[in-house]
Ligand binder design. Sequence first.
Ligand code: SAH
Length: 503
Amino acid sequence: MAKKKPLKKDRLAGNHRLPGERNQPFYVQAQQKKKGQPQKKKHPFGDGWELADQEEALPEGEYSAECSYLDEEGRGIIRIQGQKLAVDGVLPGELVTVAVSGRRRSHAKLVRVQKASPDRVSPKCPVFYLCGGCRLQHLSYDGQLMQKQRQVERLMKEHLDAGAKFYQILGMQDPWRYRNKSHATFSLNAKRQIIAGIYEENSHRVVAVDHCAIQDEKADEIVRSIRQIMKECKLMPYDEDSENGLLRHVLIRRGFQSGQIMVVLVTASMVFPARSRFVSLLREKHPEITTIVMNCNPRHTSMVLGEQERVLYGKGWIEDTLCGKTFRISSKSFYQVNPVQTEVLYTRALQMAGLSGREKVLDAYCGIGTISLIAADKAKEVIGVELNRDAVHDAIDNAKRNGVKNVRFYCDDAGRFMTEMAAREETVDVVLMDPPRSGSDEAFLQSVCRLKPKKVVYISCNPQTQKRDLKVLCAGGYQVKEIQPVDMFPQTAHCENICLLER
Ligand code: SAH
């Protein structure tokens, strides 16, 4: 088999030898790197104790094991000779045969299910075992909800023990095709035909996907047309290794209520040959498309979108409606991907905030101002803070669009903004916070504790970082009163969770 050329980022980082480079043993550099670094890990009990080496790998081969629970990534946890291993495609209570491999660390792969869980179902998607997006498609939807409820229960144990109310997870009626945002990556297959799909898990190999079970059907159709139009316009997918070709990804957003569609073509360069032909062919095939944006991302990065943009057709944004308010959404702004459940999430979060109409509310990490504008009807005033400039533009526009006057938006880091507010000794009655998966930060959380709002409603798409952040808030005088999981991402292992904290 021909050897694959290393990625440019690896070549630049010196991880690979270039042709003609001298044959140096790799360990020379490794030893040099070690210089000055502590050789031995300090033991927490002090000197005289030795930390055991990492667990030794198990002898390779097949083993039988029972799965005890699912981890946060949706992998089944099994134990073999005392070693804990996470295995894809295995469910709690199942007896399975796994193949163990790995010389330094053991990895286990499912070979056979000996005794299946009553909740096991056959996955709808043909690339379920390659994609890694929908980790729980082999589990019935009721089983998925149960798993997520248990996951939150495990993470929030100390607050539940301290008396927090724990509500039943809010699931979906129809847990398929719920995403309003679709993403496809383009590549060439072995026969040099253009394929569109997703990256295989932990790799940069594209797996062709024609129909995704959680994405919008219309979006799948547009992606298939784009593949055809690329052929007609002789436009090649971008190849990270050779740096040839143009089209990297396509993002499609559809307003489920408005029906408006935005297509974002992510290219490796601003030079787009046959651009007008491409756009007119796409519009001819799909007159329902509202706007087409070209986004240029020339960097070697796992980020999909780049900085530079050019609107090729339409206004460059679409509108959608949530909880009776209309929102403008541009390509780089965050917008919740499951609009049906977003209404459930926002309604429940505001219910937990218990606004009376007299409060000053801070909506931190506010995105395009969705929660702020919906909360504004029930509060005296709302302040929204958000780091992404495009999202703040959208938020300001959205306030005007909906005639909401008691809201102000600021473009700033939420932590810095809150620290300054605390320094000015300003007051807020309720803080609504909805940070990204990485969670909030010390500056923000400490400032909340200094500002002392009566209530904090913490919405999180990652209960693990939420748990970490709750520690800081609880140390600062807050107590978790209510916990409400919401299933925003059916078929995947991700879980959304709302916590209400009071002083
Ligand atoms: N509440 C919004 C957005 C939630 S997503 C909604 O429901 O639609 C999290 C948002 O936090 C994103 O818009 C992201 O741009 C923003 N963000 C990330 N880091 C931030 C920071 N340090 N300060 C302020 N906003 C941040």
